[in-house]
Design a protein around this ligand. Structure first.
Ligand code: FUC
Length: 820
């Protein structure tokens, strides 16, 4: 992200108190009609804190369903909020078992000798037989993963509070999305207690503050528990505790340190030397940090010793008091979070989050349902900020939160939808920086992935298959119905180009995106096979994720490679790499594009018409071309209608992420009612009381996919135009949104009434021509641009082409509502 990008975002998105100054800085405020300013201000919803809070009225009795997550990308913690015993379980994202240190047998999933002969055999069998049972293919191409590893819980801070036995009243446990903080408050024997929890990115630590409204009331024993799958050395001093050691499994070294700062009382080491005892304090600030000697670098994945890392962090923050730590955290967090506000007519309800969820759509209070929906939208953004920040690993299947040694699917990175979906909201909801960890991670997969490309395909470039860990696993596993998906490399490469399209960062394109895309394209140029019947280039063997038989040229395989080659060709053209662009263009022309309409009008999932209209399988892989691919455009009614037929047939069920994908797909089909229905279904069927998405079990991709889907309902920019409110449901007939991003480096604010757009602003990061599509243009409207009198606007009906200068606010308003 360049400075310019950042500046623009801030200009356009600073809210409420600063929006007027922001407009002034753009040079146009003096000329703005009062009405427009009023609209700007009214566009910013009254984000009274309750509208952006998750609330429980009890401590959590179930980690998965009720804990409140806080995090800074690398560190995560889950707030349970027990009154007497408060367990704050925490994570650091690199603490994994498995990998190179776990034994000679760890081979990154790459076979020796190579599997190229086996691949040739499977290709031959497919050519002769047409389709193969996955059980048969896995015997030839699958392999049991060895020392794959699991993401680990780091441990827990356990507070045993004194003097809090008996009843408490007014208990509240909150997660405040606006501040990025959790808190617990209650009253006990006339004393008001309060606990605050956050994880600071600038200071890389978990901070807990315990306070009361009367002096000397804070007293507790504090232990730092770690699971017993590691060596443990403890050192406890009066105001400090360290635990260091190494995982038994792979020798990964870890260190965690906590410091307490006591106001008014005292803290000492317990007699057994295992815990801290705090007595008669007015308030206490606890800081906790953790690190490992993991480094994202093939082949050994080891780096600096962890103990100096935790010491350095503590030292750097030593002179900061609680308020300063909090201020630094809030500034950092809000800089990202506040870029987007959403008002869909939500109103404060006075209900706890579990009550909102259980009453959802039965309450006869639509504004309460909208409260849950808007909260869920912003919760997805909150989770992304909290689990994906520069300098650490990307968000895994559970973001950064895991309390188990053997989490579901190892809490790893699945690349046949899940890892990608985690990042769907990143660009459109104005959190582009959160993609940094994804790109670092994928870049680091290239070195081991070259081995996979060689040993499975004898190809250049790099690839991976279904899943990967933090140890560069790029080979296969032995799960018949999922293990084979070498097109995962193309799907990950898509994110690089999307990042460029949204931000127009040419340095990123030249230095990060293009090299990665080109190397991925080289893999496919070598791995594609010419179909003797059609002469077209095809993927073989090919497997449509987790569904049906192995075949040649399943739709998703072809579509993913199409997406990759088209993007790489376009990138090469933009960078003046004409020879490469021509070569890739030729391959693209020869490629089977994977778009066929079948006997019942469906978009075929396979090259042969094998689709079962009764199948309700959760993967809708053949619809990749519609979303998140851009191969099917709004100008292709036949393909759109085939995609719709397929989607109808699959039905509205599925696991969390599957429902989230369908929200996006219905939005792309411009069916706001159906997209909203899917959102409702997901909230009802696949959402836990703490609003974590559940597969089941808890799996975070559905949270991210749903947030992205809601944004797609409001704004789309996949083709040559920006579509405003393309899939607005009647349930959100009045509202506003600010700060959404469109491809081309545009930022938009919109306001609508009676289901129609009445006002919007758009800022372009650089001079640009853009087509805008909206019903607002179908009646009279006014237009203006900051600092200029004339806006060059051309077009008819709902479509207008606008020539924009960079950094200026272009504003359009419907004449129908001007008198309002
Ligand atoms: C994919 C999905 C499963 C699950 C797993 C983590 O394989 O098909 O439903 O989400 O990833």
């Amino acid at each position: 992200m360049t400075d310019k990008d950042n500046r623009l975002r801030v200009i356009c998105l600073e809210r409420k108190s600063t929006s007027f100054q922001a407009l002034q800085r753009l040079g146009g405020a003096g000329r703005l009609p009062v009405l427009s300013l009023l609209l700007w201000l009214s566009l910013l919803p009254a984000q009274a804190s309750e509208l952006l809070q998750l609330r429980f009225d009890e401590p959590s009795s179930d980690w998965e369903r009720e804990s409140l997550p806080i995090g800074n990308g690398a560190l995560g913690a889950t707030v349970q909020g027990g009154v007497e015993r408060d367990r704050l379980q925490f994570n650091e994202k690199t603490l994994w078992t498995g990998g190179p240190g776990a034994g000679e047998a760890y081979d990154y999933g790459v076979p020796e000798p190579s599997y190229t002969d086996r691949l040739a055999e499977v290709r031959q069998q497919l050519r002769e037989e047409g389709a193969l049972d996955p059980e048969r293919v896995v015997k030839q191409l699958g392999r049991a993963a060895r020392h794959y590893g699991n993401y680990q819980s780091f441990g827990a801070l356990v507070f045993d509070h004194r003097g809090l036995d008996g009843a408490v009243s007014g208990y509240r446990r909150l997660l405040d999305l606006e501040q990025g903080e959790a808190s617990v408050r209650f009253e006990h024997q006339g004393v008001q207690y309060r606990r605050d929890y956050f994880v600071s990115y600038p200071d890389q630590m978990v901070v807990v503050r315990l306070s009361a409204d009367q002096p000397g009331k804070i007293a507790f024993d504090l232990a730092l528990e770690v699971p017993d799958n590691r060596s443990v050395a403890r050192r406890v001093q009066d105001d400090q505790m360290r635990v260091v050691g190494a995982l038994k499994d792979n020798g990964l070294r870890y260190a965690t340190r906590l410091d307490v700062q006591v106001e008014g009382g005292e803290s000492s080491a317990s007699e057994n030397g295992h815990q801290l005892e705090v007595r008669e304090a007015d308030a206490v600030t606890v800081r906790l940090t953790a690190a490992t000697d993991y480094r994202l670098a093939y082949p050994d994945y080891r780096g600096d010793s962890p103990e100096p890392q935790v010491d350095t962090r503590m030292k750097r923050a030593a002179n900061l008091d609680f308020q300063q730590l909090r201020e630094r955290h809030r500034q950092d967090y809000q800089h990202l979070f506040q870029r987007v506000s959403l008002d869909i007519g939500q109103e404060a309800s006075g209900k706890s989050t579990p009550a909102l969820l259980s009453d959802y759509s039965d309450s006869n209070r639509p504004e309460e349902d909208r409260l849950l929906e808007s909260l869920y939208f912003q919760f997805g953004r909150y989770l992304l900020i909290s689990s994906s920040r520069a300098g650490s690993l990307p968000a895994n299947l559970q973001g950064v939160w895991n309390n188990s040694r053997t989490p579901p699917w190892n809490a790893d990175y699945h690349a046949n939808i899940n890892l990608q979906m985690n990042y769907w909201p990143a660009e459109i909801t104005n959190l582009a920086e959160t993609t940094g960890p994804l790109f670092d991670f994928v870049d680091a997969l290239v070195a081991p992935g070259r081995q996979s490309a060689q040993k499975f395909f004898g190809a250049r470039g790099w690839t991976l298959f279904l899943n990967t860990n933090v140890w560069g696993f790029t080979g296969v596993i032995d799960w018949p119905t999922a293990f084979w998906q070498p097109e995962a490399n193309a799907w990950l490469a898509q994110h690089y180009y999307e990042h460029y399209l949204f931000n127009r960062d040419r340095k990123f394109l030249a230095e990060r995106a293009y090299p990665l895309m080109l190397e991925t394209a080289h893999f496919w140029l070598d791995a594609l096979v010419e179909d003797p019947q059609t002469g077209k280039l095809i993927v073989t063997p090919s497997y449509s994720p987790e569904h049906g038989d192995f075949t040649e040229a399943a739709a998703m395989s072809q579509q993913l490679v199409y997406d990759l080659l088209r993007n790489t060709r376009n990138a090469a053209r933009e960078l003046g790499e004409d020879k490469v662009a021509r070569q890739i263009h030729e391959a693209l022309q020869a490629l089977d594009p994977g778009l066929r309409i079948g006997s019942w009008g469906q978009l075929q999932e396979w090259r042969e018409d094998r689709d079962d209209p009764e199948s309700d399988h959760r993967h809708v892989s053949h619809l990749f071309a519609l979303h998140p691919g851009r191969q099917i455009s709004l100008e292709q009614p036949e393909l759109l209608s085939a995609a719709r037929t397929s989607l109808e047939a699959r039905g509205d069920g599925g696991t969390g992420w599957a429902q989230a994908w369908k929200i996006n797909l219905w939005a792309r089909l411009k069916d706001g009612e159906r997209a909203h229905k899917l959102l409702s279904d997901q909230l009802r069927d696949s959402t836990l009381p703490n609003l974590w998405d559940t597969h089941p079990p808890f799996q975070i991709d559905g949270n991210f996919g749903a947030t992205a889907g809601m944004a797609e309902m409001l704004l789309q920019s996949h083709g040559d135009a920006i579509h405003l409110l393309p899939a607005l449901p009647s349930a959100w007939s009045e509202g506003s949104v600010s700060g959404l991003r469109a491809r081309g480096d545009f930022t938009l604010n919109m306001k609508w009434k009676d289901g129609r757009l009445v006002w919007f602003e758009v800022v372009s990061g650089e001079p640009a021509e853009i087509a805008l599509v909206s019903t607002l243009f179908e009646s009279d409207f006014t237009q203006e641009v900051s600092g200029e009198d004339i806006v060059k606007v051309e077009g008819r009906n709902s479509r207008r082409r606008v020539s924009m200068q960079g950094d200026k606010v272009y504003r359009f308003q419907s004449a129908l509502t001007a008198a309002d």
